[in-house]
Design a binder for this molecule. Structure first.
Ligand SMILES: [Zn+2]
Length: 226
């Protein structure tokens, strides 16, 4: 592919970009000058890489307001240096006050696990979702409706990632030094564009057990978010 083809392929995006920057400056002439000085987001979003789940747009925040980490199936893996670095930086340097773990219905990663497909590297990554499925195998196996099965595993996966997050040293240390930090387990519905809570937020270690119990009760009672 020639240089010309490459630039032609991105031409609409450059046009969008210029139009966007112009609009931003029109609304707020100091916008980029201010952002260039520093970022001070209050939120960290940990979500799926799925193109239908863009953090800023969903929560209506402009650049500079939310720190974002995304990977396939919104996983918090204690050996994933990328995720650990983002969380540590968000807490210790940016001093975010809220971390949202955002699962979403119709997650391709979750569906792949349920389909039993095994795909090279992604199979290795999705092993973490497989473990969630395994943990709740008894309840999940009793679900007959395929859509419900995917929905429940999407919710359970988000819940388990909040649990993983609570146990990370950077989170535990923040709570130990009484830094204000609240964790939220959320699920996004690609059918209506709405975010829903899995349970009330967690803001200290003793909350976690209560949080899990309350989220699981909601998921299995049929009063789950969706
Ligand atoms: Zn997904």
């Amino acid at each position: 592919m020639s240089k010309k083809d490459i630039s032609d392929g991105l031409r609409p995006l450059f046009e969008n970009n210029r139009a966007w920057a112009k609009r931003m400056l029109k609304t707020d002439p100091a916008f980029f000058d201010r952002l260039a000085q520093q970022q001070a987001p209050r939120y960290l979003w940990i979500g799926c890489s799925d193109s239908r789940v863009p953090a800023n747009q969903i929560i209506g925040l402009p650049p500079g307001e939310v720190f974002v980490h995304r990977n396939v199936a919104n996983l918090v893996v204690p050996t994933d240096l990328n995720c650990l670095t983002v969380v540590e930086y968000a807490i210790e340097v940016l001093r975010v006050e809220h971390i949202m773990v955002v699962g979403h219905y119709g997650c391709g990663g979750v569906q792949t696990v349920l389909s039993g497909q095994r795909l090279g590297l992604s199979g290795h990554w999705l092993h973490h979702v497989e473990m969630v499925r395994h943990t709740y195998a008894k309840q999940l196996d009793a679900i007959e409706q395929p859509q419900q099965l995917v929905d429940r595993l999407c919710e359970l996966n988000a819940l388990e990632q909040v649990s993983q997050l609570c146990r990370l040293p950077s989170v535990m240390n923040a709570w130990k030094r009484e830094q204000a930090l609240t964790l939220h387990g959320l699920i996004y519905d690609i059918h209506d564009g709405l975010l829903r809570k899995l349970a009330n937020p967690v803001s200290s270690p003793p909350d976690l057990a209560r949080w899990r119990k309350s989220a699981l009760k909601s998921i299995w009672s049929g009063k789950s978010p969706r």
